[in-house]
Write a protein that binds this ligand. Structure first.
Ligand code: AMP
Ligand code: MG
Length: 422
């Protein structure tokens, strides 16, 4: 881990010569994290969002037998007419799940349903819509057909013994379908990261309490809880801890003893009181960063015993942004060994966006299609760092890099979507 800060000269008001770039902070975090290797067995229905602990090799061919892709008539491709048309005797019917005992000879065909195993002597299926029926057991075929058409070969999707998913795969719904098609009832998955978190601040009240003058409800614990749940973490909520040396020290010790990752919001990140910094330095190896980003500049990161520690800013918007940019990829890496790069798309700015070079700005935005079907983006409302409603209205961040000195209306900008639907 590096405490190294970029010491380039300040080129504008917004640039802090002692701040760390977003990219450098990510690299330092990644270098400190060690992916979890512990594993457990889970039933396939409990495996959604879990990470495979080992390569998954197929015990069977999928499909397990060569079968028809259509409702139609099966015959030998070599017996198809090369010109004109010819009639064939229909000698049997083949249904999915049953292999017919009949052998198809020259001049014969077999009525076949989708998914039925190909009968002996056949390698080709003609769709029922392309057949002329001449009575109950005769059909006429013309010369437009090709040998092997409309047939699914055994193992064409997955061959027996082939690697279907590598260790580290985050399992989605389609993956569970694939694994079920291979007959897996249970899977070896990695243990979920245990994440403990608490809020700090004398002004914070919990929901259900009455607010006195100057007090606010603790919202960070709820947004943090939700973001951690979305990631499928094993979550431990340690409540609110007062800005008090003993309480904080106890909180850090307790959290780092029971979790892989400890996350706090407020105070501690900047060292609201000198003792927070002292406690943190006592407990582990810490970096106190000022990141060249807006909002959410202060971030404390390090090791505390066996746990990784993230001290996020107190501000509710900054908590979510720093979580999205640093904590989320770090937790995904811890869980799977893969650092997700995140989707970035290009969109036209619906309005002018003011910015000075120096810091990386994340503008809470709304990505939408215009009448011509082009992606456009604009701010989701006031961007003050205390305004959480513009975060909840947003469906993306507009990414304004350190060098960017503003965006004109109609210009193309990079956007990090929160969702895959608009
Ligand atoms: P701090 O980093 O502790 O100075 O907090 C920065 C701002 O965020 C202050 O206005 C705090 O009141 C506010 N804040 C800190 N923690 C929370 C929290 N858990 N929920 C809502 N607001 C908070
Ligand atoms: Mg505070």
């Amino acid at each position: 881990m590096s405490n190294d800060v970029s010491r380039r000269a300040s080129c504008a008001d917004d640039s802090d010569p002692f701040s760390l770039s977003v990219e450098k902070a990510k690299v330092a975090i990644r270098q400190t994290m060690v992916p979890i290797k512990d594993r457990e067995q889970v039933a396939i229905r409990s495996a959604l969002g879990r990470v495979l602990a080992e390569d998954c090799l197929s015990p069977i061919d999928v499909p397990s037998h060569t079968n028809s892709a259509m409702d139609g008539y099966a015959l030998a491709g070599a017996d198809l007419p090369s010109e004109g048309a010819r009639s064939y005797q229909v000698i049997a019917k083949a249904f999915a799940g049953k292999k017919v005992p009949d052998v198809c000879e020259t001049g014969q065909c077999i009525r076949i349903m989708t998914g039925a195993p190909m009968p002996q002597g056949t390698d080709t299926v003609v769709m029922q819509e392309q057949v002329e029926k001449l009575g109950d057991d005769r059909v006429r075929l013309d010369s437009r057909h090709r040998t092997g058409q409309n047939v699914r070969q055994a193992g064409e999707d997955i061959a027996q013994g082939s690697c279907v998913f590598k260790a580290g795969r985050l399992l989605g719904a389609a993956d569970l379908g694939v694994l079920a098609s291979l007959g897996f009832a249970e899977l070896a998955v990695r243990r979920r990261p245990r994440v403990a978190f608490f809020s700090t601040g004398d002004e914070l009240r919990s929901i259900g309490e009455t607010l006195a003058e100057g007090e606010i409800y603790d919202s960070n614990r709820y947004s943090l809880f939700a973001m951690l749940e979305e990631l499928g973490m094993d979550v431990i909520d340690l409540g609110v801890i007062k800005d008090n040396r003993k309480a904080l020290e106890d909180g850090f010790r307790r959290a780092s003893g029971i979790a892989d990752v400890v996350i706090t919001s407020g105070g501690v990140s900047v060292g609201e009181a000198d003792y927070t910094r002292e406690i943190l330095e006592d407990l582990g190896k810490m970096s106190f960063w000022t990141i060249a980003m807006k909002p959410g500049r202060p971030l404390t990161f390090g090791r505390m015993g066996k746990a990784i520690f993230f001290g996020l800013p107190g501000n509710p918007v900054a908590v979510m942004l720093t979580f999205h940019q640093f904590v989320r990829p770090a937790l995904a890496y811890l869980a799977s060994g893969n650092w997700p790069e995140g989707l970035v798309v290009q969109a036209r700015a619906r309005s002018t966006l003011k910015k000075r070079p120096g810091r990386f700005e994340f503008v809470r935005g709304i990505l939408a299609y215009d009448d011509d079907g082009r992606l456009t983006v604009g701010p989701s409302g006031a961007q003050g760092s205390g305004i959480l409603t513009s975060m909840s209205r947003a469906n993306c961040y507009i990414l304004l890099t350190e060098k960017c000195d503003g965006v004109a209306e109609g210009e193309t900008v990079s956007v990090q979507p929160f969702t895959t639907t608009l």
